[in-house]
Design a protein around this ligand. Structure first.
Ligand SMILES: [Zn+2]
Length: 298
């Protein structure tokens, strides 16, 4: 994420010109020269308002980054999140910046529980893990994150139920707080509900999930589909670094593959080289190499 969104300036300029032109045209059609003057003024005001909205967002982002990154947040992340710890220093700084911009922009709401600072950090860390290699990515498809006090069922009744998370095609992500905490407490079991649900959001293409990450087109998309089908067959036959949950549905395969990529990178690189290299190129990240660099073996 950037302080000033790419395209904002162009968008504001084009929007302003369009508003002025539309004002002139509509005004003159309705009431001749006086109408055109009134339309021009209305168009100018609209253009100015648009600028102000975008400037406001840039200012909010600047404010979010104005102070140094809070030391207690850094300590918390180092303590709670193995993936943050594995990042090289410059990537960590980038992670901290993206984390703050995500928190400044995205709504995270507790349902029946308080969305504490700690929980908000865990949510943002899950999302930023995926987008860290994409400086222009904005999580635009994500509308809101809801935190539930426990797992839930398909009618959203909270209790000891099957679902620990859910991502809706319209952009709401629901996370069960105990499952989210557990995901961070066990960094190398291939299970991470936050990473899993945010990976579904990457799959949102015109409001449906198809198991192909947004940004994979043409030959790359075909490569992914073929690799995924092969791995799903393999999963159905026997053990794999990927969770069985992804054995039958390409949408869920994408989720579990992304979880394993970040939680068991060296194992995925060794046992599922093609998936590893596709995801590594896709995310612009090489977590297995970072684990090599810190002297870890599988
Ligand atoms: Zn899923």
């Amino acid at each position: 994420m950037r302080v000033e969104r790419p395209g904002d300036r162009r968008f504001a300029r084009a929007g302003g010109i369009l508003a002025v032109a539309a004002g002139l045209l509509v005004g003159s059609a309705l009431a001749g020269v006086p109408g055109a003057a009134a339309g021009l003024i209305a168009g100018l005001l609209l253009g100015v308002a648009l600028h102000r909205v975008l400037d406001h967002r840039t200012a909010r982002r600047r404010a979010a980054l104005a102070a140094p990154f809070p030391g207690e947040w850094r300590e918390f992340l180092l303590e709670a999140y193995d993936h943050f710890e594995r990042l090289p220093e410059d990537w960590r700084r980038r992670f901290e910046k993206d984390l703050r911009l995500f928190l400044a922009e995205k709504r995270i709401t507790g349902v029946g529980i308080e969305a504490t600072e700690e929980l908000r950090l865990l949510v943002a860390a899950s999302a930023v893990t995926l987008s860290l290699g994409w400086p222009d990515y904005e999580w635009d498809q994500l509308t809101e994150v809801l935190l539930y006090a426990d797992n839930f069922d398909r009618d959203y009744a909270v209790g000891d139920s099957e679902l620990s998370g859910m991502a809706h095609p319209w952009g709401t992500v629901i996370l069960s707080v105990p499952a989210l905490r557990q995901s961070f407490e066990h960094p190398d079991d291939g299970y991470h509900v936050g990473v899993h649900e945010f990976a579904h959001i990457l799959d949102v293409d015109h409001t449906h999930f198809d198991g192909i990450p947004v940004g994979f087109y043409g030959a790359r998309a075909r490569e992914w589909v073929e690799a995924a089908e092969r791995e799903m067959r393999r999963l159905r036959r026997g053990p794999s670094a990927f969770d069985d949950y992804g054995a039958h549905d390409p949408v869920e395969f994408l989720g579990v593959a992304v979880e394993a990529f970040f939680e068991l990178p060296q194992e995925v690189r060794r046992r599922h080289r093609e998936v590893y290299s596709l995801l590594s190129a896709y995310f612009g990240q090489d977590p297995a190499a970072w684990d090599d660099a810190r002297g870890l073996d599988e």
